[in-house]
Every structure is written in C-alpha cells, then in structure tokens.
Design a protein around this ligand. Structure first.
Ligand code: FPP
Length: 231
C-alpha cells in the first residue's frame, strides 16, 4: 500500500493525513475483495524496515492501527471476515497487541474473506524464524534434515494455513517486492500501478483483477500442457 506520503505531499498536507486517507482505501478494498469473491486478502501495513521512519510517523501509524481496529472490528465481524495478523507482533505496543488479540479471537469462526494484516513484518525475518524452528527440531532429534521439504518449511512460516498468493498488487509506482511474502510470492502474478494508495479504488482493483484473469498460470509447465490438463 505505497504512496500515502506522496499523496499527502501533493496536497501540502502532513504525511499522516496520507495514512489516514489510506485507511479509507483499506476499507474499500476489503469490501471490493469480498464482493468479487476473493478468498484471501493480505495487506502489508507496516514492514520491519518501517521502524526506521521518523518517530512521530511510526507512533502516528501505530495509533492509527489501534483506532482503525477499534472502529472497524464490529463491521468486519458482521461481514463474516476472518482476521489474522502476521509479523513480529512482540514489537508492537500492548494496546495494539490487545486489539489484535481481540480481533483474531472474535472473528476466529468466521468463514468469509480471510483478511491478513502484516505488521512489523519482513519476508527475510519470516524465513529466518522458520529456519530457527526447524533447526531446533533437528537438534532435538524430532526432525531429520532429509525430511525437510517445501511443505514442512512453509508450515513454519507466518502464512501457514493460508493459500499462497495468486496476485501481488503494489501501488505507488515502484516495481519491487520490498521484503514482503518472499516465499509465498514465488509463483504470484505481479501487478504494479502508479496510482497512489489513497486513490486505489474499486475501478483500479478491478483493473488488477482483469490483469490476473488474463494470465495463463503455467507453474513451470508449457502452455500446451496447461491447456490439455488444466493444471
Ligand atoms: C506506505 O506509503 C504506507 C505505509 C507504510 C503505511 C500503510 C498503512 C495504511 C494504509 C493504513 C492501514 C491501516 C490498517 C488498519 C491496515 P508511504 O508512506 O511509503 O508513501 P510514500 O512512498 O509516498 O512516502
């Protein structure tokens, strides 16, 4: 969700007003995803690297997250959304962790859109943590090195239990992954737009979805193989 700062700057407003406007796009995107039948939506709200932003911006963002969760939880629950948070959540304030716990608990049994919010998340951190877990199991003797495979590794990642992403959307004009779901994005379609996040609306979301549906997903097979067996 890139481009909040530039959106605010273009309007001679402080960066924080860009983040506030970004929350409106988040709300709209969740609604669009649910309406379009998207099963899982994952939002990169705050990266491991974002901690190095100016102190006031970081604390403003943290307050915004608490406020947004307080305001939106009832409606998300009413709309059957199941919430999950990933990242190094121990680094977040007690009040934000409390809201996260409440949101996950309340929506646990919901069966609609699976909404994951990444906070204090980094793809490399995720891989390193999974490696530590498996290494411990090998050291203790409960896992053999040769038994480690994609499936066993993925089960220790933060997104365990959630299907791999089919489509990555990045706003704000940059064409990079920026340490997002490094493992899971291996076969995702990538879609980039110059639109700044606060201007990401239903029509831009639909453009991204059309791009996705126009792609033939081959997963290493040839185009003819895919047509023949639909794999
Ligand atoms: C990146 O744009 C945006 C962020 C680091 C914050 C994203 C957060 C929100 C949109 C609020 C989301 C709220 C919830 C509850 C999920 P940037 O600041 O890097 O923009 P710039 O590249 O134009 O400076």
């Amino acid at each position: 969700m890139d481009g909040n700062g530039r959106w605010a700057k273009d309007r001679n407003q402080p960066r924080h007003s860009g983040h506030r406007a970004g929350v409106i796009s988040v709300r709209q995107s969740i609604k669009t995803a649910a309406e379009r039948g998207v099963e899982c939506l994952t939002l990169f709200a705050f990266s491991s690297e974002n901690w190095s932003r100016p102190k006031e911006e970081v604390s403003g963002l943290m307050k915004l997250f608490v406020e947004a969760l307080r305001r939106e939880l009832d409606e998300l629950h009413f709309n059957d959304v199941k919430l999950k948070f990933i990242g190094n959540l121990d680094l977040l304030s007690a009040s934000l962790r409390g809201k996260i716990f409440e949101a996950e608990q309340r929506t646990e049994a919901n069966t609609g859109l699976r909404l994951t919010i990444a906070m204090a998340y980094g793809g490399r951190w995720d891989i390193v943590e999974a490696t530590k877990v498996l290494t411990r199991q090998v050291t203790e003797g409960s896992l053999q090195i040769n038994d480690i495979n994609d499936e066993i590794f993925a089960a220790e990642l933060q997104m365990a239990g959630v299907p791999y992403p089919d489509l990555l959307i990045r706003t704000g004009g940059e064409q990079r992954i920026s340490n997002f779901l490094l493992w899971g994005l291996a076969y995702a379609e990538l879609w980039f737009t110059d639109v700044l996040w606060p201007e990401f609306d239903q029509s831009v979301f639909d453009e991204a979805l059309s791009y996705y549906t126009s792609k033939q997903r081959r997963f290493g097979h040839t185009g003819d193989q895919v047509k023949a067996v639909g794999c």
